[in-house]
Write a protein that binds this ligand. Structure first.
Ligand SMILES: Cc1cc2nc3c(=O)[nH]c(=O)nc-3n(C[C@H](O)[C@H](O)[C@H](O)COP(=O)(O)O)c2cc1C
Length: 472
């Protein structure tokens, strides 16, 4: 049993792990995805063994190590426009953001079991293209594909698309849901192309099922082109956090990828999602919850904390820290010293620029800076660096493998979440320690399998058959 200590800044570590039978969900298990890091400041690309983040070798290594660790899924984010700061590319964005579906097709060929999740924007991609390409990925991989549905809040990304492809913020989830319904209808129509009907000569002359949509966002009349995969059709993930995003997940998704990993916050989020899922007429637990998170492991807790401090120093460069503050001021702050205090003046701009591509701008720049001041006062921070490192450390579990395994067992058994979608701070070697030392601890606690139970992603996640088939 571990003793009480602090997990980064996310709260106080509970003591030990009670017996499984003390929990509401004694048989719960931990699911893992690996969220292949895009271009954020959390990744140490300067490490001597780091590989270029878009090098296929890096994808391959991470996916294969994750598969050795019996992970459910390898997950790609999507960046449809490279992030900028004051009209210049933000440092690591110079590496580019390749398309997830194309990259995942290559990963499908060098793996056999792990699920492959493509983040694809429901605002810009056409339903027919999404249905066809994702179903192709699903067939190619033997039933391992998933679509992570995202929308976007900004017009700036829409400029890359025809007619500025953007949908106004209040409409974006109405549009996304119309899009998802069409994709699912096309997948359902594809069920009619299964092997039994292909072998039945009497079926050859029949007309394909036509999928038509109505409403402002669904005017298509399309037919399916791809038959079902061994898992029926791709699994649906969703990762918007607003009411609209959560309701879309409750109605349509199998899994929600959230930001809520700190245990109290996660319990609150899970209760909210279960309420929405029930309101959508589904069993409360129908949607799995996987928050994004990270693990920093050490042989002792002190070693892990030291590693965390070091990692923050190398990933949060002076340039990143200055940019982080400048974003809320909308201009360069040449006098800003990362080791000095926050500016003593307020931002003059009324809105944070969307060019950073950051998600969820719900606060005004002044509110953001006021929050920073309040957090600094609460923790006694005297420098911007202390504040930024504190904000940047929010989602990591830091400790020994045994401590983190206890925490994960506690979280899944108490229903806070179903597992973690793991971000990596070091590519490609960042998963090695986790697979070698944390997985055995989880297995010992009875919350992690000893082998893959099935061959499809739907089976790994323990999902019921596709919703579309159930409602049919
Ligand atoms: C954990 C998480 C991961 C996300 N990953 C991506 C991504 O890779 N690409 C993307 O375009 N949007 C991504 N998003 C953005 C969301 O889809 C959405 O556009 C954004 O959160 C605003 O929607 P909301 O107001 O419903 O939260 C992510 C959101 C969350 C919470």
């Amino acid at each position: 049993m571990s003793t009480a200590t602090t997990i980064s800044n996310t709260g106080t570590r509970e003591t030990g792990a009670p017996d499984a039978s003390d929990y509401a969900r004694p048989t719960a298990r931990v699911h893992f995805g690996v969220f292949y890091s895009g271009v954020g400041p959390g990744v140490d690309w300067t490490a001597p063994d780091a590989i270029d983040q878009i090098d296929f070798e890096a994808f391959r290594k991470v996916a294969q190590v994750a598969e050795r660790g019996l992970f459910d899924a390898f997950f790609f984010g999507e960046g449809l426009r490279l992030r900028e700061h004051l009209e210049k590319l933000i440092e690591l964005n110079v590496a580019g953001r390749p398309d997830s579906q194309v990259a995942l097709a290559a990963i499908a060929a060098v793996t056999t079991r792990i699920g492959i999740v493509a983040t694809q924007n429901a605002t810009y991609h056409e339903p027919f293209d999404l249905a066809r390409r994702l179903a192709t990925l699903d067939i190619l991989s033997g039933g391992r594909a998933a679509w992570n549905i995202v929308t976007t809040v900004n017009e700036w990304t829409g400029e890359n698309f025809r007619r500025g492809g953007w949908v106004a913020v209040p409409d974006r989830y109405t549009h996304a849901e119309a899009n998802v319904r069409l994709v699912r209808a096309l997948w359902d129509a594809g069920q009619n192309l299964d092997i039994a009907t292909r072998r039945d000569a009497e079926q050859w002359g029949r007309t394909g099922t036509r999928v038509t949509g109505d409403g402002d966002f669904a005017q298509v009349s399309a037919t399916a082109t791809v038959p079902p995969s061994p898992q029926g059709h791709p699994v649906l993930f969703q990762s918007g956090d607003s009411d609209g995003g959560r309701d879309l997940a409750a109605r349509q998704a199998d899994v929600i990828f959230s930001r809520h990993v700190e245990i109290q916050d996660a319990l609150k989020f899970a209760a909210d999602i279960r309420r929405r899922v029930e309101a959508a007429g589904r069993p409360a637990d129908d949607v799995l919850i996987l928050p994004g998170g990270g693990f920093i492991l050490g042989a002792t807790e002190d070693e892990a904390q030291e590693k965390a401090r070091w990692r923050q120093q190398v990933t949060w460069t002076d340039q990143h820290i200055v940019q982080f503050v400048e974003k809320s001021y909308g201009r360069e702050l040449p006098e800003l010293d990362p080791d000095g205090p926050l500016p003593d003046f307020d931002p003059e701009i009324q809105e944070i620029s969307v060019e950073g591509g950051t998600v969820g701008h719900y606060l005004t720049p002044k509110q953001v800076v006021d929050n920073w001041r309040a957090i600094s006062a609460e923790h006694g921070f005297t420098s911007i660096r202390q504040l930024v490192l504190h904000l940047g450390s929010e989602r990591a579990h830091i400790g020994t493998p045994a401590q983190i395994a206890d925490e994960l067992a506690h979280a899944v058994r108490s229903g806070a979440y179903d597992g973690i979608n793991l971000g990596l701070s070091h590519v490609p070697a960042g998963l090695d320690d986790i697979v070698n030392t944390l997985i055995p601890e989880l297995q010992e606690r009875g919350v992690y399998p000893a082998e893959y139970i099935g061959t499809t992603l739907r089976e790994h996640l323990g999902l019921r058959p596709p919703l579309t088939r159930r409602t049919a």
